[in-house]
Every structure is written in structure tokens, then in C-alpha cells.
Design a protein around this ligand. Sequence first.
Ligand SMILES: [Zn+2]
Length: 266
Amino acid sequence: MEMVETTGEQMDRLDVVAMAPHPDDLELCCAGTLAKLVKQGYRVGIFDLTSGEPTPRGSVEIREAEAEAARQALGVQVRINLGLPNRILMDSPENRYRIATELRRYRPKVLITMAGRTPAASPDHHQGHLLAEASRFYSQLTKWDDRFGGTSPYRVPQLVYATVPFDAEIRHWQSTFVVDISDTFEQKLASLKAYGSQFDDARYEMVKHFITGHCISVGATCGFAYGEMFALPHPVGTSNLVDTVLGRKGPIAPDQLPGENHLPMA
Ligand SMILES: [Zn+2]
């Protein structure tokens, strides 16, 4: 249960925390967005729930070094490992307390979680999704400070789902949106390349192939060269339709008519 700290500036408040069961999960799902948030001036943290070990070609030490290299590739300020058990990660009260304690320490405005079942891959992914929702709720609870290391209650204002690439099941997400990662896609690839124990040269080329195609396909739905897909646990609420659909810095969706050139690279 020991927390492994990989940077020297842990306890400053974070704007965004992204969490997933294994080092490399978030890199696959949303690394371009995490790098972009850093570029935009936000303080971003990654919570790896487990070491990801054992795996056939890894070790705890190798995975820690790879996760740190990926952190540097993305420029993310903080990365911690919560030391929960890989392969048997479960949505349990004790694990909720553990994660909620870190949310109460770092007090992020946004919590991003890898989301979605992976029926043909690790069951940890779905459990991590459930843990993120439950620990966000627990984080705000009063009169339980002793279960959270004496930290004060804190409500994380917003939960965001980072959707799993290559998902074979049809999801019915609410409020999906795509982040333009055209300017950070190379950083995403660099962060994946850092995981040599999981992706040897041949596997990396395969992952690069599929991730590139996926991000192009997702980005194309909104006229971006590369994109990552997110969702919210509820509809988008707004009192201003125009601000919502146009945004402050340009449209959130293609505003061109069919037939116009609207792809950035076109
Ligand atoms: Zn995983």
C-alpha cells in the first residue's frame, strides 16, 4: 500500500487528476489531452492505481522507470502509484478510502478516469472505472476523516470519462466530446514508446498503427487531424446555447457545411 512518489512536488493542488489501473492505460486513452492540458497551463497529475506487475516481461522497477519516462514525455507535473493489487483490483471500501484520501490531498477540479469494460482484456479496467466514481463520491463525505488519513472532505467538481480505444462493445456514452490533440500526438506516441517492457519494437509498431488510426478517426469526427474521445456522466448543462456550441475559442464541432474542406491538413 506504499505510495511511490516520482516527483518532488506532490502536495500542491492539482487542476486535473487522471487515474487508471495500470501504467500505460492513460497513455493509450488520453495522453495527448494530458500533454495538452499541461501546455495550456494546468497542473496535471496521474494516479496509477497498481504497479501493473506482474507481466511477462516487466518488473516493478522497470515499470516505475517507464512510467516516469512517460511522465516526462507528457510534461505532467505529478505521477503517483497507489500500490493497489494488480490483476485482482476490486471496487472495495478499502480501495475507495485509499483513492479518496489522495483526492482529498490533491483536491483536483477535474477527475478523469479510464472508462469502459474490456471484456477480452484485464478486468482491472472496469474496476478502476467503478473505483473512480466511488472514490470521488467518498472524497466529499464528512465525519469519516479517520478513514482518509485525517484529510478534510473535498468534492471533486467534475468527473470525465476517458474512453478506451479499440473498444469492441458499443457504448452509449452521454455528452461525448473530442479534444484536438494534433499538437501533442507525437508526445502521446513518445509516452507509449516509453513502455518497452509492454511494447517491444514489434508490438510498439502495432500499437502505433492502431492508435494513429484511432486518433485520426476520432479526430475526423470534429475536423481535427488527431483527437481523443471523452464523455460525461450526465448531459452538458448550460444557460447559454451559443457559448456552449461555439465555445470561447472556436467551435466544439465542425461548423462547415458538407462538401467544404474542413480538415486541418486539407
Ligand atoms: Zn491496463
